[in-house]
Write a protein that binds this ligand. Structure first.
Ligand code: 3PG
Length: 399
């Protein structure tokens, strides 16, 4: 794909779509990884003398009240600090209305502005023409660096790209495509994929696609219990999706047919009552996977499983991980997720972490700098692992 390295933006108005959809608490950004990840492209556009117009969505905007809490103003403040240069926030209820047009008009080369949350325009999520045209009308060049949004076909990443003469990808988008794409399509083997998280239903196509691509597929987290039940085990009060039992059997048969290793938990850390709040103290008991009592709930992989999974990772050359192994928000139920993070941190393999919960877990647990790549995309990285072509990636079509 053509990137920001292939164009000359000197003196041009560059609209750069980023994913600044960051968690906010009382107006404060609680995880700024997506901002930090966007800096290389923004710095490059500044250094090349472009007039840099940043845009992004933030959260879901359904009501007028949402607009009060979902303004991108705090992002402009933090970005200014991170860049060491002013990022002027353009408060414009129409996103691209008179205020934004005036701000763009007044820009000098190398200056940066940030437009208001693109979802303040209801057409944004419908990829409506009017807003796409508005966005296209204020720029000469479009750069898509919003990997986290690449699974959406919205005005600010797809519609606008189709209307401009020049549309390329930024460094972050390029890096995400290179790492995730290479890991799945062209991995250095052995390739081990680790999946966790609560629901099988969220990962149906990921499991199926990765089974074809990897050498070993490891399944932990809440979704493993549906697999264990499909094998005929008692799983007590553990999370289960009974409508997916046949699917799990099918996947186990598929693994066997393809000669792939499919590793499931062999023991579980169980509790009686789910902690409320989630990090409240809990009493745990560990059982082998075939001896779980009917009145307990599995909430983490046990020590034997930790060793089994860590062992599988040891000889790997490529590891992709998406989804925690247990209720890692609770310190008593985090050991499995920590063990997997540690196993990845200790290997020389290329280690790629899918976004969302697993990225948060790895960063929170302090293993962030030990991984080769931590994706900024939650839904987007999952769809990538499904082998799908993402609309946001397809639309930045080398123009
Ligand atoms: C994400 O956080 O996954 C992306 O920013 C997309 O957000 P969305 O799910 O609200 O479209």
């Amino acid at each position: 794909k053509k990137s920001v390295d292939d164009i000359n933006v000197k003196g041009l108005r560059v609209l750069c779509r980023c994913d600044f959809n960051v968690p906010l608490k009382d107006g404060k950004i609680t995880d700024e990884n997506r901002l930090v990840a966007a800096l290389p492209t923004i710095k490059k556009l500044i250094a090349d003398g472009g007039k840099v117009i940043l845009c992004s969505h933030l959260g879901k905007v359904k009501t007028e009240e949402d607009k009060l809490t979902k303004t991108l103003a705090p992002v402009a403040v933090r970005l200014s600090e991170l860049l060491g240069q002013e990022v002027k926030f353009v408060a414009d209820p129409e996103v691209v209305g008179p205020n934004a047009r005036a701000a763009v008009e007044a820009m000098k080369d190398g200056e940066v502005i940030l437009l208001e949350n693109t979802r303040f325009r209801p057409e944004e999520t419908k990829n409506g023409e009017a807003f796409s045209k508005d966005l296209a009308s204020i720029c000469d060049v479009f750069v898509n660096d919003a990997f986290g949004t690449a699974h959406r076909a919205h005005c600010s990443n797809v519609g606008v790209a189709q209307l401009v003469d020049t549309a390329v990808v930024g460094y972050l988008m390029q890096k995400e495509i290179d790492f995730l794409g290479n890991a799945v399509e062209n991995p250095v083997r052995p390739f081990v994929a680790i999946l966790g998280g609560a629901k099988v239903a969220d990962k149906l196509n990921v499991i199926s696609n990765l089974l074809e691509k990897c050498d070993t597929l490891i399944i932990g987290g809440g979704m493993a219990y549906t697999f264990l039940k499909a094998q005929g085990y008692e799983i007590g009060l553990s999370l289960v999706d009974d409508s997916k039992l046949d699917y799990c059997k099918e996947m186990m048969e598929k693994a066997e047919k393809l000669g792939k290793k499919l590793l499931l938990p062999v023991d579980a850390v169980t509790i009686k009552d789910f902690p409320n709040p989630i990090d409240a103290p809990v009493e745990v008991e560990v059982y082998d996977a075939d001896k779980m009592p009917a009145d307990r709930e599995g909430c983490d992989i046990g020590p034997k499983t930790q060793a089994l999974f860590a062992d599988a990772v040891k000889t790997a050359k490529t590891v992709v991980w998406n989804g925690p192994m247990g209720v890692f928000e609770n310190p008593t139920l985090a050991a499995g997720t920590i063990a997997v993070a540690k196993a990845l941190a200790d290997t020389d393999a290329t280690t790629i972490i899918g976004g969302g919960d697993s990225a948060a877990a790895v960063n929170q647990l302090g293993f962030g700098d030990k991984m080769t790549h931590i994706s900024t995309g939650g839904g987007a990285s999952l769809e990538f692992l499904e082998g799908k072509e993402l609309p946001g990636v397809a639309a930045a079509n080398d123009k």
